[in-house]
Write a protein that binds this ligand. Structure first.
Ligand SMILES: [Zn+2]
Length: 193
């Protein structure tokens, strides 16, 4: 990189060390032209693009602050929030992208938050997904109930509306090939003869 003093287009690494928390490497550099020293910090970059278009570095603290409001009065500790923020970061980093949409961060929060506290999850989801009626709450609660009934180890179950639609009308799946592959049932043969 350029020397910040004289703009000389090269520099020599004098010293490298990992920061105490292990998330960055700090390098001491020296300009071969003017001889002055400066430091650089190297981290695995992960930036968040906000809806406004502004780009900011990913921050676990911002995740925690965003979720903490939804957890007011709930039995959720600071340690729980720290673990949640770590899980969100791991999820987002696992995509391999150096830059993610703020929307994807919100999505990555929903699943671990639901495991942590369902009331906090509903509060957070209502803001993040812009619930604007009781119907939205009822739908979200109904989905939680369905997954409770299906067993505690609930994965993502976004297909249930299609399954319900197809279950009571055999013509409903004509335009949805993806759903049809799992829900298609032949009409009963009783009336066919
Ligand atoms: Zn220089």
């Amino acid at each position: 990189m350029y020397c910040p003093y004289c703009r000389y287009p090269d520099s020599r690494v004098v010293d490298s060390r990992t920061t105490d928390d292990g998330v960055a490497i700090r390098r001491r550099r020296q300009c071969p032209d003017c001889g002055r020293r400066f430091s650089t910090t190297e981290t695995a970059s992960l930036n968040v693009v906000k809806r406004s278009g502004v780009v900011a570095p990913f921050s676990r603290d911002k995740i925690i602050n965003g979720v903490r409001k939804a957890c007011q009065g709930r039995p959720v500790t600071d340690a729980d929030l720290a673990v949640l923020a770590q899980r969100v970061e791991e999820t987002v980093r696992s995509t391999g992208a150096a830059q993610v949409e703020a929307n994807d961060i919100g999505l990555a929060i929903l699943h671990p938050l639901r495991e942590l506290d369902e009331v906090a999850y509903l509060r957070f989801a209502s803001v993040y997904q812009a619930f604007d009626s009781l119907d939205d709450f009822e739908a979200a609660i109904a989905l939680l109930r369905v997954e409770h009934d299906a067993g505690a180890a609930a994965g993502p179950a976004s297909t249930s509306p299609d399954v319900v639609a197809a279950a009571d009308g055999t013509s409903a799946n004509a335009n949805t090939p993806a759903a049809a592959s799992t829900t298609r049932t032949k009409p009963r043969a009783s009336d066919a003869s």
